[in-house]
Write a protein of this length. Structure first.
Length: 274
């Protein structure tokens, strides 16, 4: 985790079980059971994607918690049974089952919960308002933070941004040509999924791109609006510090861990030099 005068900056990847990483990131002969521990020593957050497909067990969450360092964080992709439906406002039962599946076992290592909508789900203000109203603020003693990942171009609207801000829900910034890409802050943290890793680049992103993302992350963490990212409307009314979560995901996924390590190192170097 990068030290910052603003919010905390965390850098990571999606998942930790990926066959190509055994050829270009994990040491030869590393047991599969040790991959999470190895990766979590080199990044500061991991997005759990398995939870999107099926609810996990309390024992699994506890095992992942215990395999990672202190001050590590998992973001958790919420169940598709809540988000891949025509009427999101009817997802209450699925949401309750998801949170009852054992997330509380992560304890202080529970980071944002990500709700990824289907690409076919268009912006329906009343339905999105109803859905966001279903998202709980707490899980026992744990404060919950939510991020909504929208994938239909109709969400590129000032009305949506206003609605998300009213609910205090962050909007995932997808650095991608395939999905709506806008970086308007709508919560008290920033959640970005960086999807442009290049297979020909050993570090995933060229050095100048890593440097640019480090500067953007620092700007977000200090409550500023970074250059070089698309937005729909004016900045949020507050310039308070924000926590920042950056995940290298998709694209040339085999390069994602190297990109995350490179960005983490760049952030730590830049903060030491200030």
């Amino acid at each position: 985790m990068a030290a910052s005068p603003g919010g905390q900056i965390r850098v990571g990847v999606g998942g930790w079980v990926y066959e190509p990483w055994r050829d270009n990131f994990y040491p030869p002969g590393l047991g599969h059971a040790k991959e999470l521990a190895y990766l979590s020593e080199r990044v500061t957050a991991i997005e759990i994607n398995a939870t999107f497909y099926r609810n996990q067990t309390p024992a699994s969450f506890a095992k992942w918690r215990d395999a990672t360092p202190d001050n590590f964080v998992f973001s958790v992709k919420a169940t598709r049974y809540a988000t891949s439906r025509r009427v999101l406002g009817e997802a209450g039962e699925s949401i309750e089952r998801f949170f009852a599946s054992g997330l509380a076992e992560l304890g202080a290592k529970l980071g944002p919960v990500v709700w990824q909508l289907a690409p076919t789900k268009s912006f329906d203000p009343s339905d999105i308002d109803a859905f966001l109203g279903l998202l709980p603020g707490r899980l026992g003693a744990l404060r919950l933070r939510h991020a909504l990942e929208v994938r239909h171009p109709s969400f590129r609207s000032a009305e949506y941004i206003e609605l998300a801000r009213r609910h205090g829900v962050a909007t995932v910034f997808a650095d991608s040509d395939d999905y709506p890409s806008f970086a308007d802050a709508s919560g008290d943290f920033v959640y970005a999924r960086l999807m442009r890793c290049e297979p020909s680049c050993p570090s995933g992103y060229p050095e100048e791109a890593i440097a640019a993302w480090a500067e953007r992350a620092r700007a977000w963490s200090e409550g500023r609006e970074p250059d070089g990212v698309p937005r729909i409307g004016p900045p949020a009314a507050t310039n308070a510090p924000r926590d920042v979560f950056l995940f290298f995901i998709s694209g040339a996924k085999e390069r994602a861990p190297a990109a995350a390590v490179a960005l983490r190192e760049r952030l730590e170097t830049s903060f030491r030099a200030r």
